[in-house]
Design a protein. Structure first.
Length: 355
């Protein structure tokens, strides 16, 4: 009876945040236990951000991503623990992904598992996207937020990165360690020791993206759990969920651009190729949904710029370079159009509000 009373519909659970990203609570289900362990009342903290405490009782409930961000932020503030997101993510792994985690575990190779993650993760959460890149002898597994106005983004990135670390260790075995872990937020105010203890790898804060870097050779490693028949069955289940998914093309493009823009591939041809569409078809379908590719690109650049200004100490020229602007002047002009404020002034204002 208790489990039934904890079940919330998507509409009910998302009502605590603005329209946009959603996340299943499986990824943050350990929050109440962590708060109690640290001497803080979880009911009080959840209510302070407008969440019904019962919503975390069922891992399949969904809440707005912004509500999850506010919750993580409130947890860190109430416990005085700046790495609270890291602690939450440490306790989650493949099992928190439901059938998608099972599909990954039974994929033929590590690469196939990570491709499944990046392609189908939107069925579990929206507003953030796992990223996978391969360049030369290195590969990365990362996480990028594209939810507009996302509070507590640094904590959410820590959750996702810790989960990603646990996933890689499950797939590759205990010998796997990243060669570097990058965070697109500033180093914690006290020290980074909890991060060093958990990841056991070199860390880089104030990076232009959040990602774990590792040797490309790990991608070709076969998985011991691969079962061809089971894999086909799981693929069919995922395909059925994809077929019933009502996500718009604009939302899928918005999600993809969060990765493409940082990697310098936000041009029309890359986006069209990603969705196997002719550029004219891409433009026509986006127009039918009331938007344009140019508008989505500008929106994506704005969100990335705001996140880097808010969460890192990167200077304005570095951010301009990440976003592909020819110079700081062009970036400043664009940013002023987006926010009615130059980057430095916007950073100062947001920083004072956060403090």
């Amino acid at each position: 009876m208790r489990a039934a009373s904890a079940r919330f519909t998507t509409k009910e659970a998302v009502a605590t945040g603005n329209d946009g990203g959603v996340v299943r609570v499986a990824s943050i289900a350990s929050v109440p236990a962590l708060l109690r362990h640290m001497g803080t009342d979880p009911i009080r903290v959840l209510k302070s951000v407008g969440l019904d405490p019962r919503v975390l009782e069922d891992p399949e409930n969904q809440i707005a991503l912004v509500a999850a961000g506010r919750l993580l932020q409130a947890c860190a503030q109430n416990t005085g623990c700046p790495h609270f997101g890291l602690l939450v993510g440490q306790q989650r792994g493949l099992a928190s992904l439901g059938v998608l985690g099972t599909l990954m575990e039974h994929s033929p190779t590590v690469d196939a598992a990570l491709r499944n993650l990046t392609v189908h993760m939107h069925l579990r959460t929206r507003g953030g996207v796992p990223t996978r890149t391969v360049e030369g002898k290195w590969a990365t597994l990362g996480y990028a937020l594209y939810q507009r106005g996302m509070p507590g983004s640094a904590y959410a990135q820590d959750v996702a990165t810790a989960i990603g670390f646990n996933i890689m260790r499950t797939l590759c075995g205990v010998d796997w360690l990243p060669t570097e872990v990058q965070f697109s937020h500033a180093e914690p105010p006290r020290d980074a020791a909890p991060y060093r203890r958990f990841f056991r790898s070199p860390l880089r804060f104030d990076a232009d993206r959040t990602a774990m870097v590792f040797a490309r050779q790990w991608l070709s490693q076969p998985l011991p759990g691969f079962d061809a028949d089971l894999y086909r069955l799981l693929q069919k289940q995922i395909a059925e969920r994809e077929a019933s998914d009502l996500e718009s093309l604009a939302e899928r493009v918005r999600r993809a651009l969060r990765t493409l823009l940082v990697s310098g591939r936000g041009a029309e041809q890359y986006v069209a190729e990603l969705f196997s569409l002719h550029p004219r078809t891409l433009h026509r379908r986006l127009k039918a949904e009331g938007t344009t590719l140019r508008g989505l690109v500008m929106e994506g650049r704005c969100e990335i710029a705001c996140q880097l200004l808010r969460d890192t100490h990167m200077n304005v020229s570095e951010i301009a370079e990440v976003l592909g602007y020819a110079d700081v002047t062009a970036f400043t002009r664009a940013f002023r159009c987006w926010t009615n404020s130059p980057p430095a002034a916007w950073r100062a204002e947001v920083g004072s509000v956060a403090a």
